[in-house]
Design a protein around this ligand. Structure first.
Ligand SMILES: *Cc1c(COP(=O)(O)O)cnc(C)c1O
Ligand SMILES: [Zn+2]
Length: 418
Protein backbone atom coordinates (compact mmCIF):
# COMPACT_ATOMS: atom_id res chain seq x y z
CA UNK A 1 0.00 0.00 0.00
CA UNK A 2 2.94 2.34 -0.63
CA UNK A 3 0.70 4.45 -2.92
CA UNK A 4 -0.83 5.87 0.30
CA UNK A 5 1.42 8.49 1.91
CA UNK A 6 -0.78 9.03 4.97
CA UNK A 7 -3.87 10.72 6.38
CA UNK A 8 -4.41 14.49 6.54
CA UNK A 9 -6.83 16.27 8.89
CA UNK A 10 -9.51 18.27 7.04
CA UNK A 11 -9.59 20.82 9.89
CA UNK A 12 -5.98 21.51 10.94
CA UNK A 13 -4.02 19.89 8.11
CA UNK A 14 -1.97 17.68 10.47
CA UNK A 15 -0.58 14.61 8.68
CA UNK A 16 -0.40 11.11 10.10
CA UNK A 17 1.19 7.91 8.95
CA UNK A 18 -1.00 4.87 8.47
CA UNK A 19 -1.24 3.09 11.79
CA UNK A 20 -0.47 6.25 13.77
CA UNK A 21 -4.18 7.10 14.07
CA UNK A 22 -7.07 4.85 13.13
CA UNK A 23 -10.06 7.01 12.28
CA UNK A 24 -9.83 10.71 13.11
CA UNK A 25 -7.46 13.54 14.05
CA UNK A 26 -7.38 13.31 17.85
CA UNK A 27 -7.26 17.10 18.23
CA UNK A 28 -10.96 17.67 17.40
CA UNK A 29 -12.98 15.00 19.15
CA UNK A 30 -14.97 12.97 16.64
CA UNK A 31 -15.05 15.77 14.05
CA UNK A 32 -11.43 15.55 12.88
CA UNK A 33 -12.20 13.80 9.61
CA UNK A 34 -9.14 12.64 7.72
CA UNK A 35 -8.40 12.62 4.01
CA UNK A 36 -6.21 9.94 2.42
CA UNK A 37 -3.07 11.33 0.71
CA UNK A 38 -1.60 9.49 -2.31
CA UNK A 39 1.71 9.33 -4.11
CA UNK A 40 0.33 10.02 -7.58
CA UNK A 41 3.67 9.45 -9.31
CA UNK A 42 3.83 5.94 -7.93
CA UNK A 43 0.14 5.23 -8.60
CA UNK A 44 0.53 6.58 -12.13
CA UNK A 45 3.19 3.97 -12.85
CA UNK A 46 0.77 1.16 -11.92
CA UNK A 47 -2.39 2.32 -13.63
CA UNK A 48 -3.15 4.37 -16.75
CA UNK A 49 -6.05 4.92 -19.15
CA UNK A 50 -4.31 2.62 -21.66
CA UNK A 51 -3.90 -0.20 -19.19
CA UNK A 52 -7.48 0.23 -17.99
CA UNK A 53 -8.71 -0.12 -21.58
CA UNK A 54 -7.48 -3.71 -21.50
CA UNK A 55 -8.73 -4.47 -17.96
CA UNK A 56 -11.85 -6.63 -17.94
CA UNK A 57 -12.68 -6.10 -14.25
CA UNK A 58 -16.19 -4.58 -14.30
CA UNK A 59 -16.03 -3.23 -10.74
CA UNK A 60 -14.39 -0.62 -8.51
CA UNK A 61 -11.43 -2.98 -8.18
CA UNK A 62 -10.16 -1.98 -11.62
CA UNK A 63 -8.84 1.12 -9.80
CA UNK A 64 -6.97 -0.77 -7.04
CA UNK A 65 -3.73 1.26 -7.34
CA UNK A 66 -5.80 4.35 -6.44
CA UNK A 67 -7.54 2.75 -3.44
CA UNK A 68 -6.29 2.58 0.18
CA UNK A 69 -6.22 -1.22 0.42
CA UNK A 70 -3.67 -3.96 -0.09
CA UNK A 71 -4.07 -4.93 -3.73
CA UNK A 72 -3.27 -8.66 -3.78
CA UNK A 73 -5.08 -9.48 -0.56
CA UNK A 74 -8.17 -7.56 -1.71
CA UNK A 75 -8.18 -9.19 -5.14
CA UNK A 76 -8.16 -12.60 -3.47
CA UNK A 77 -10.83 -11.63 -0.96
CA UNK A 78 -13.35 -10.39 -3.52
CA UNK A 79 -12.65 -12.87 -6.32
CA UNK A 80 -15.80 -14.56 -7.60
CA UNK A 81 -18.03 -13.08 -4.87
CA UNK A 82 -20.74 -10.43 -4.87
CA UNK A 83 -18.05 -8.02 -3.65
CA UNK A 84 -16.51 -8.37 -7.09
CA UNK A 85 -19.50 -6.70 -8.73
CA UNK A 86 -19.51 -3.45 -6.77
CA UNK A 87 -19.28 -0.46 -9.07
CA UNK A 88 -18.90 -0.10 -12.85
CA UNK A 89 -22.59 0.76 -13.03
CA UNK A 90 -24.12 1.92 -16.31
CA UNK A 91 -23.92 5.54 -17.46
CA UNK A 92 -26.98 5.99 -19.67
CA UNK A 93 -27.31 8.80 -22.19
CA UNK A 94 -30.74 10.36 -21.63
CA UNK A 95 -31.61 12.17 -24.87
CA UNK A 96 -35.36 12.40 -24.22
CA UNK A 97 -34.88 13.99 -20.81
CA UNK A 98 -32.19 16.24 -22.27
CA UNK A 99 -34.56 17.43 -25.00
CA UNK A 100 -37.30 18.17 -22.44
CA UNK A 101 -34.85 20.29 -20.47
CA UNK A 102 -33.23 22.04 -23.43
CA UNK A 103 -29.90 20.29 -22.85
CA UNK A 104 -27.70 18.70 -25.50
CA UNK A 105 -25.85 16.15 -23.35
CA UNK A 106 -27.26 14.42 -20.28
CA UNK A 107 -26.31 11.11 -18.67
CA UNK A 108 -27.76 9.20 -15.71
CA UNK A 109 -25.33 7.11 -13.63
CA UNK A 110 -27.46 4.26 -12.26
CA UNK A 111 -26.21 3.10 -8.87
CA UNK A 112 -29.52 1.43 -8.15
CA UNK A 113 -27.75 -1.37 -10.04
CA UNK A 114 -25.27 -2.03 -7.23
CA UNK A 115 -25.53 -5.46 -5.52
CA UNK A 116 -27.58 -4.11 -2.60
CA UNK A 117 -29.27 -1.47 -4.78
CA UNK A 118 -27.53 1.69 -3.57
CA UNK A 119 -24.37 3.75 -4.01
CA UNK A 120 -23.32 2.78 -0.45
CA UNK A 121 -21.88 -0.49 -1.76
CA UNK A 122 -18.87 1.46 -3.01
CA UNK A 123 -17.93 2.48 0.54
CA UNK A 124 -18.95 -0.71 2.33
CA UNK A 125 -16.77 -2.77 -0.01
CA UNK A 126 -13.73 -0.80 1.14
CA UNK A 127 -14.81 -1.13 4.79
CA UNK A 128 -14.85 -4.91 4.46
CA UNK A 129 -11.43 -5.01 2.78
CA UNK A 130 -10.04 -2.90 5.66
CA UNK A 131 -11.76 -5.07 8.30
CA UNK A 132 -9.92 -8.12 6.96
CA UNK A 133 -6.64 -6.29 6.37
CA UNK A 134 -6.57 -4.90 9.91
CA UNK A 135 -7.55 -8.26 11.41
CA UNK A 136 -10.90 -7.39 13.00
CA UNK A 137 -13.47 -10.13 13.54
CA UNK A 138 -16.54 -7.91 13.44
CA UNK A 139 -17.39 -4.77 11.48
CA UNK A 140 -20.08 -2.35 12.63
CA UNK A 141 -21.93 0.71 11.37
CA UNK A 142 -24.70 3.12 12.18
CA UNK A 143 -26.88 4.02 9.24
CA UNK A 144 -30.18 5.48 8.10
CA UNK A 145 -30.56 2.29 6.07
CA UNK A 146 -28.61 2.01 2.83
CA UNK A 147 -25.09 1.99 4.31
CA UNK A 148 -26.17 -0.79 6.64
CA UNK A 149 -27.85 -2.79 3.87
CA UNK A 150 -24.67 -2.42 1.82
CA UNK A 151 -22.44 -3.53 4.67
CA UNK A 152 -24.56 -6.50 5.68
CA UNK A 153 -25.11 -7.67 2.09
CA UNK A 154 -21.47 -7.54 1.14
CA UNK A 155 -20.49 -9.15 4.46
CA UNK A 156 -22.88 -12.01 3.70
CA UNK A 157 -21.03 -12.58 0.44
CA UNK A 158 -17.85 -13.54 2.31
CA UNK A 159 -19.24 -14.70 5.68
CA UNK A 160 -18.04 -11.64 7.60
CA UNK A 161 -19.68 -10.98 10.99
CA UNK A 162 -21.30 -7.55 11.32
CA UNK A 163 -23.39 -5.55 13.79
CA UNK A 164 -25.75 -2.84 12.58
CA UNK A 165 -27.24 0.12 14.46
CA UNK A 166 -30.24 1.69 12.72
CA UNK A 167 -32.96 3.97 14.07
CA UNK A 168 -36.15 2.08 14.83
CA UNK A 169 -37.90 4.25 12.23
CA UNK A 170 -35.68 3.10 9.31
CA UNK A 171 -37.70 2.10 6.21
CA UNK A 172 -39.01 -1.48 6.15
CA UNK A 173 -37.32 -2.46 2.88
CA UNK A 174 -33.91 -1.54 4.28
CA UNK A 175 -34.52 -3.35 7.58
CA UNK A 176 -35.68 -6.38 5.58
CA UNK A 177 -32.38 -6.39 3.71
CA UNK A 178 -30.41 -6.41 6.98
CA UNK A 179 -32.38 -9.30 8.41
CA UNK A 180 -32.29 -11.38 5.26
CA UNK A 181 -28.54 -10.91 4.94
CA UNK A 182 -28.16 -12.21 8.50
CA UNK A 183 -26.66 -9.14 10.18
CA UNK A 184 -26.89 -8.73 13.94
CA UNK A 185 -29.40 -5.85 13.88
CA UNK A 186 -29.89 -3.45 16.78
CA UNK A 187 -32.84 -1.10 16.24
CA UNK A 188 -32.04 2.00 18.25
CA UNK A 189 -34.90 3.68 20.03
CA UNK A 190 -33.78 7.12 18.86
CA UNK A 191 -32.55 9.07 15.86
CA UNK A 192 -29.75 8.35 13.38
CA UNK A 193 -27.56 10.63 15.50
CA UNK A 194 -28.27 8.48 18.56
CA UNK A 195 -27.42 5.34 16.58
CA UNK A 196 -24.19 6.96 15.36
CA UNK A 197 -23.05 7.87 18.89
CA UNK A 198 -23.96 4.45 20.22
CA UNK A 199 -21.97 2.78 17.46
CA UNK A 200 -18.97 5.03 18.23
CA UNK A 201 -19.08 3.76 21.83
CA UNK A 202 -19.73 0.12 20.97
CA UNK A 203 -16.89 -0.30 18.46
CA UNK A 204 -14.00 0.20 20.92
CA UNK A 205 -15.92 -1.41 23.79
CA UNK A 206 -16.30 -4.68 21.86
CA UNK A 207 -13.28 -4.47 19.57
CA UNK A 208 -15.22 -3.98 16.30
CA UNK A 209 -14.08 -2.13 13.17
CA UNK A 210 -16.16 1.01 12.64
CA UNK A 211 -17.47 1.87 9.17
CA UNK A 212 -19.35 5.01 10.24
CA UNK A 213 -19.69 7.60 7.51
CA UNK A 214 -17.42 10.63 7.95
CA UNK A 215 -15.58 8.96 10.82
CA UNK A 216 -13.87 6.15 8.95
CA UNK A 217 -11.55 7.97 6.51
CA UNK A 218 -11.74 5.29 3.84
CA UNK A 219 -15.44 5.61 2.96
CA UNK A 220 -14.85 8.67 0.72
CA UNK A 221 -12.21 6.61 -1.08
CA UNK A 222 -14.76 3.98 -2.09
CA UNK A 223 -17.23 6.65 -3.10
CA UNK A 224 -14.72 8.49 -5.29
CA UNK A 225 -14.72 5.55 -7.73
CA UNK A 226 -17.91 6.92 -9.29
CA UNK A 227 -15.92 9.90 -10.61
CA UNK A 228 -13.33 7.54 -12.13
CA UNK A 229 -16.08 5.54 -13.82
CA UNK A 230 -17.93 8.55 -15.20
CA UNK A 231 -14.73 9.94 -16.76
CA UNK A 232 -13.67 6.56 -18.13
CA UNK A 233 -17.16 5.93 -19.54
CA UNK A 234 -17.00 9.34 -21.23
CA UNK A 235 -13.66 8.43 -22.84
CA UNK A 236 -11.49 10.14 -20.22
CA UNK A 237 -13.07 13.51 -20.34
CA UNK A 238 -14.78 15.08 -17.35
CA UNK A 239 -18.38 16.26 -17.63
CA UNK A 240 -19.04 19.97 -17.09
CA UNK A 241 -21.57 19.56 -14.28
CA UNK A 242 -22.43 16.71 -11.88
CA UNK A 243 -25.58 16.56 -9.69
CA UNK A 244 -25.21 14.74 -6.37
CA UNK A 245 -27.88 14.19 -3.69
CA UNK A 246 -26.49 15.20 -0.30
CA UNK A 247 -27.28 14.05 3.25
CA UNK A 248 -24.16 13.59 5.35
CA UNK A 249 -22.02 14.81 2.46
CA UNK A 250 -19.79 11.76 2.10
CA UNK A 251 -20.82 10.98 -1.49
CA UNK A 252 -20.25 14.53 -2.69
CA UNK A 253 -16.90 14.68 -0.87
CA UNK A 254 -15.93 11.41 -2.52
CA UNK A 255 -17.00 12.63 -5.95
CA UNK A 256 -14.78 15.69 -5.48
CA UNK A 257 -11.85 13.52 -4.34
CA UNK A 258 -12.21 11.28 -7.40
CA UNK A 259 -12.04 14.16 -9.86
CA UNK A 260 -9.12 15.68 -7.93
CA UNK A 261 -7.24 12.37 -8.19
CA UNK A 262 -7.76 12.35 -11.95
CA UNK A 263 -6.60 15.96 -12.28
CA UNK A 264 -3.48 15.17 -10.23
CA UNK A 265 -2.77 12.19 -12.49
CA UNK A 266 -3.29 14.38 -15.57
CA UNK A 267 -6.01 12.08 -16.92
CA UNK A 268 -8.59 14.89 -17.16
CA UNK A 269 -7.90 18.57 -17.65
CA UNK A 270 -10.79 20.25 -15.86
CA UNK A 271 -12.85 19.83 -12.68
CA UNK A 272 -16.62 19.67 -13.25
CA UNK A 273 -18.87 21.97 -11.26
CA UNK A 274 -20.24 19.82 -8.45
CA UNK A 275 -23.87 20.55 -7.55
CA UNK A 276 -25.08 19.38 -4.14
CA UNK A 277 -28.83 18.76 -3.92
CA UNK A 278 -30.60 18.73 -0.54
CA UNK A 279 -34.22 18.25 0.43
CA UNK A 280 -35.74 21.58 1.54
CA UNK A 281 -36.64 20.08 4.93
CA UNK A 282 -33.05 18.95 5.47
CA UNK A 283 -30.87 21.60 3.87
CA UNK A 284 -28.27 22.76 6.42
CA UNK A 285 -25.50 22.63 3.81
CA UNK A 286 -27.46 24.86 1.42
CA UNK A 287 -27.89 27.34 4.31
CA UNK A 288 -24.22 27.18 5.28
CA UNK A 289 -23.14 27.65 1.66
CA UNK A 290 -25.46 30.66 1.22
CA UNK A 291 -24.23 32.21 4.47
CA UNK A 292 -20.55 31.51 3.79
CA UNK A 293 -20.10 29.33 6.89
CA UNK A 294 -17.40 26.69 7.39
CA UNK A 295 -18.35 23.17 8.39
CA UNK A 296 -17.22 23.61 11.98
CA UNK A 297 -19.46 26.70 12.37
CA UNK A 298 -22.68 24.80 11.64
CA UNK A 299 -25.29 23.90 14.27
CA UNK A 300 -27.69 20.95 14.12
CA UNK A 301 -31.17 21.63 12.73
CA UNK A 302 -34.40 19.66 12.88
CA UNK A 303 -34.54 17.71 9.61
CA UNK A 304 -37.28 15.82 7.77
CA UNK A 305 -38.03 14.77 4.19
CA UNK A 306 -39.64 11.99 2.19
CA UNK A 307 -36.10 11.31 0.94
CA UNK A 308 -34.99 9.43 4.08
CA UNK A 309 -31.47 8.72 2.78
CA UNK A 310 -30.60 12.42 2.70
CA UNK A 311 -32.08 13.51 6.03
CA UNK A 312 -29.25 14.80 8.24
CA UNK A 313 -29.64 17.63 10.74
CA UNK A 314 -25.89 18.07 11.14
CA UNK A 315 -24.24 16.46 8.12
CA UNK A 316 -21.30 14.39 9.32
CA UNK A 317 -19.12 15.10 6.30
CA UNK A 318 -19.99 18.78 6.09
CA UNK A 319 -16.39 19.99 5.74
CA UNK A 320 -15.69 17.85 2.68
CA UNK A 321 -19.16 18.60 1.24
CA UNK A 322 -18.74 22.39 1.44
CA UNK A 323 -15.26 22.14 -0.08
CA UNK A 324 -16.52 20.03 -2.97
CA UNK A 325 -19.00 22.70 -4.00
CA UNK A 326 -16.83 25.75 -3.25
CA UNK A 327 -13.60 24.48 -4.79
CA UNK A 328 -15.33 23.23 -7.94
CA UNK A 329 -17.34 26.44 -8.48
CA UNK A 330 -20.61 24.52 -8.09
CA UNK A 331 -23.76 25.33 -6.13
CA UNK A 332 -25.95 23.90 -3.41
CA UNK A 333 -29.60 23.57 -4.37
CA UNK A 334 -32.73 22.83 -2.33
CA UNK A 335 -35.69 20.91 -3.70
CA UNK A 336 -38.97 20.43 -1.85
CA UNK A 337 -40.56 17.04 -1.24
CA UNK A 338 -43.18 17.64 -3.90
CA UNK A 339 -40.49 18.15 -6.52
CA UNK A 340 -38.62 15.06 -5.28
CA UNK A 341 -41.69 12.85 -5.52
CA UNK A 342 -42.57 14.22 -8.98
CA UNK A 343 -39.02 13.49 -10.15
CA UNK A 344 -39.44 9.73 -9.54
CA UNK A 345 -41.83 9.03 -12.45
CA UNK A 346 -40.26 11.80 -14.56
CA UNK A 347 -36.87 10.08 -14.40
CA UNK A 348 -38.31 6.59 -14.77
CA UNK A 349 -40.44 7.49 -17.80
CA UNK A 350 -37.73 9.64 -19.38
CA UNK A 351 -34.96 7.04 -19.36
CA UNK A 352 -36.06 3.84 -17.59
CA UNK A 353 -34.22 4.39 -14.30
CA UNK A 354 -36.38 3.81 -11.20
CA UNK A 355 -34.87 5.80 -8.33
CA UNK A 356 -35.61 6.05 -4.61
CA UNK A 357 -36.61 9.53 -3.41
CA UNK A 358 -33.08 10.59 -2.37
CA UNK A 359 -31.78 9.62 -5.80
CA UNK A 360 -34.64 11.30 -7.64
CA UNK A 361 -33.75 14.44 -5.65
CA UNK A 362 -30.60 14.80 -7.78
CA UNK A 363 -32.74 14.91 -10.92
CA UNK A 364 -35.14 17.36 -9.25
CA UNK A 365 -32.03 19.43 -8.52
CA UNK A 366 -31.16 19.53 -12.21
CA UNK A 367 -34.68 20.78 -13.02
CA UNK A 368 -34.33 23.46 -10.35
CA UNK A 369 -30.86 24.44 -11.60
CA UNK A 370 -32.15 24.81 -15.18
CA UNK A 371 -34.83 27.15 -13.84
CA UNK A 372 -32.19 29.17 -11.98
CA UNK A 373 -29.97 29.41 -15.08
CA UNK A 374 -27.13 27.51 -13.41
CA UNK A 375 -26.56 25.15 -16.36
CA UNK A 376 -26.33 26.10 -20.03
CA UNK A 377 -27.62 24.12 -22.99
CA UNK A 378 -24.31 22.90 -24.41
CA UNK A 379 -22.87 21.66 -21.13
CA UNK A 380 -22.30 17.96 -20.51
CA UNK A 381 -24.35 17.02 -17.44
CA UNK A 382 -24.28 13.88 -15.30
CA UNK A 383 -26.90 13.05 -12.63
CA UNK A 384 -26.07 10.45 -9.99
CA UNK A 385 -29.03 8.14 -9.37
CA UNK A 386 -27.81 6.78 -6.05
CA UNK A 387 -30.41 4.19 -5.08
CA UNK A 388 -33.14 1.94 -6.48
CA UNK A 389 -36.81 2.87 -6.38
CA UNK A 390 -37.56 -0.55 -4.89
CA UNK A 391 -36.12 0.75 -1.61
CA UNK A 392 -39.29 2.79 -1.05
CA UNK A 393 -42.26 1.38 -2.90
CA UNK A 394 -44.86 3.33 -0.88
CA UNK A 395 -43.52 6.69 -2.05
CA UNK A 396 -43.14 5.39 -5.59
CA UNK A 397 -46.84 4.46 -5.74
CA UNK A 398 -47.81 7.85 -4.34
CA UNK A 399 -45.71 9.50 -7.04
CA UNK A 400 -47.25 7.61 -9.94
CA UNK A 401 -50.91 7.15 -8.92
CA UNK A 402 -53.09 4.04 -8.70
CA UNK A 403 -53.71 1.65 -11.62
CA UNK A 404 -57.13 1.06 -13.23
CA UNK A 405 -59.11 -1.99 -12.06
CA UNK A 406 -61.02 -4.09 -14.63
CA UNK A 407 -63.42 -7.00 -14.53
CA UNK A 408 -62.09 -10.15 -16.26
CA UNK A 409 -64.01 -9.15 -19.35
CA UNK A 410 -62.89 -7.62 -22.71
CA UNK A 411 -65.68 -5.05 -22.73
CA UNK A 412 -64.44 -3.71 -19.44
CA UNK A 413 -60.89 -3.44 -20.88
CA UNK A 414 -62.40 -1.42 -23.77
CA UNK A 415 -64.07 0.87 -21.24
CA UNK A 416 -60.89 1.17 -19.16
CA UNK A 417 -58.59 2.12 -22.06
CA UNK A 418 -61.32 4.23 -23.71
C1 LIG B 1 -26.59 7.92 1.57
C2 LIG B 1 -27.33 8.30 0.36
C3 LIG B 1 -27.26 9.57 -0.20
C4 LIG B 1 -26.48 10.69 0.42
O1 LIG B 1 -25.13 10.42 0.69
P1 LIG B 1 -24.36 11.21 1.83
O2 LIG B 1 -23.01 10.71 1.78
O3 LIG B 1 -25.08 10.93 3.12
O4 LIG B 1 -24.48 12.67 1.47
C5 LIG B 1 -27.95 9.81 -1.37
N1 LIG B 1 -28.72 8.87 -1.95
C6 LIG B 1 -28.83 7.64 -1.43
C7 LIG B 1 -29.70 6.64 -2.12
C8 LIG B 1 -28.15 7.31 -0.27
O5 LIG B 1 -28.29 6.08 0.24
ZN1 LIG C 1 -6.72 18.04 13.11
Amino acid sequence: MDQVLGLRCTICGAEYELGQVEYICPKHGDDGILDVVYDYRLAGRRISPDRLAGDRAASIWRYLPLLPVQADQTRQLVHGTVLDSVGWTPLYPAPRLAAQLGLQHLWIKDDGREPTASFKDRASAIAIAKTRELGYEVVTTASTGNAAAALSGLCAAIDQANTIFVPRTAPQAKIAQLLVYGARVLLVNGTYDDAFELCLQAAPAFGWYNRNTAYNPYMSEGKKTVAFEVCEQLGWSAPDVVFVPVGDGCIIGGVHKGFKDLLALGWIDQMPRIMGVQAAGSAPLVDAWERGLEGWEMDPVEAHSVADSIVAGLPRDRIKALRAVRESGGSFIRVDDEAIVAAIPALAQGCGVFAEPAAAAAYAGLLQAMGQGLVSAAERVVVLATGSGLKDVATAIKSAGQPAIVEPDLADVRRAIG
